[in-house]
Design a protein around this ligand. Structure first.
Ligand SMILES: [Zn+2]
Length: 369
């Protein structure tokens, strides 16, 4: 790290924790809160390493690794300008990452900080599990993914093909989490949680940094993205915050978090109509964001508040229409990845003429077969 030793602290009780952490949550049994960096990163462009591929050009701005990065070529995804509207629209195509989703950035960083003797485990219904399975395979590590029995078949096949073990858990996502906790009590395994591990969010900053470079070293006015557990949302905010702290951008872009109307806990939270653990979702085609009770919902709401952003909920019909419109433009994405594009119709009254808007495409269409 540029100027300070990278350290973590608990967001709830401020307990200091060394990097890399032994477990993804606060070590105090009575707390178990989320961990976050003790100090915000200040982005320093002189630390960019142009010779490194993809997201590793920012290696010296990310938390330290055990050794060389475990990489499949993640990051460095295209930013493509679309038709001229009253505002300027770009798509950041994260579906072109090695396993077909933005989660590769988080999995690459995590695997690069975990002792290879460990079995890595995570609970995931899809993209995070596939990413962890791929990077574990690349590192020669054993991975085990706890997936709800209802997970999409194409995603489970992808996880299995990488050689990871799959444990199908009947019931809800919460039941998968309980199964993880039981496994951790019985064996030496590392919980490489895409929800809880602070390294995952740190890796997502690289999306913001790439956008800044691809726009000619300036920030957009809006970034519109799907939000389930909020990793990308929070990571992008941290990334632009680091640029602001480095005096490289005058203000943060507004972040617009998009959820399916059938499962919109963040919107309910904003409307003070959310009770932790009790929110219930209806079925949605956007399986990647079908998270009824995101553990870090308060931090997600903070990312919206601190960027003067917005939460949008879109209907199933709007998601399908947006997915097909994107395909009509040549972008083949899974339904979840069409949420940002679907939300533009809801945001146009908030976007000023001449502003720059980024929509993030999160996952590839081949995953939804
Ligand atoms: Zn704590």
């Amino acid at each position: 790290m540029p100027d300070k030793v990278f350290q973590l602290r608990c967001r709830k009780c401020s307990q200091p924790v060394a990097w890399p952490p032994d477990s993804p949550r606060c070590p105090r049994p009575s707390c178990r809160g989320p961990l976050q960096p003790k100090h915000n990163i200040r982005f320093d462009p002189s630390l960019i390493e142009p010779i490194e591929p993809g997201m590793w050009r920012y290696r010296h701005l990310l938390p330290p690794l055990l050794d060389q990065p475990v990489t499949l070529g993640e990051g460095g995804t295209p930013l493509l300008r679309l038709d001229q509207r009253p505002y300027t629209l770009y798509l950041k195509n994260e579906s072109l990452n090695p396993t077909g989703s933005f989660k590769d950035r988080g999995a690459a960083l995590l695997i690069s900080t975990i002792d290879r003797a460990h079995t890595v485990i995570d609970d995931s219904s899809g993209n995070a599990g596939a990413a962890l399975a791929a990077y574990a395979a690349r590192a020669g590590m054993h991975a085990r993914i706890y997936a709800p029995a209802t997970a999409a078949p194409a995603k489970l096949q992808q996880i299995a093909r990488y050689g990871a073990e799959i444990v199908r858990v009947e019931g809800t996502r919460d039941d998968a989490t309980i199964a993880i906790e039981q496994a951790l009590a019985q064996e030496q395994a590392y919980y490489a949680s895409h929800i809880w591990h602070p390294g995952y969010v740190q890796a997502m900053q690289t999306v913001a940094w790439e956008i800044w470079e691809q726009l000619g070293r300036r920030a957009p006015d809006w970034v519109v993205l799907p939000a389930g557990n909020g990793t990308l949302l929070r990571g992008i905010r941290w990334g632009f915050r680091a640029l602001q702290k480095g005096k490289l951008i005058p203000k943060l872009p507004h972040l617009a978090a998009v959820q399916a109307a059938a499962c919109a806990p963040l919107l309910a939270y904003q409307q003070e109509n959310y009770h932790p653990g009790h929110y219930q979702c209806q079925p949605t085609i956007a399986d990647g964001v079908a998270i009824a009770n995101p553990p870090l919902i308060e931090a997600m709401a903070a990312a919206i508040r601190k960027t003067k952003g917005h939460v949008v909920a879109v209907s199933e019909d709007e998601i399908i229409t947006a997915r097909d419109q994107l395909a009509g433009l040549g972008f083949y994405v899974e339904p979840t990845a069409a949420l940002g594009y679907a939300a533009l119709n809801h945001l146009h009254t908030l976007i000023d003429d001449g502003q720059t808007v980024i929509v993030i495409l999160t996952g590839h269409g081949l995953k939804s077969h």
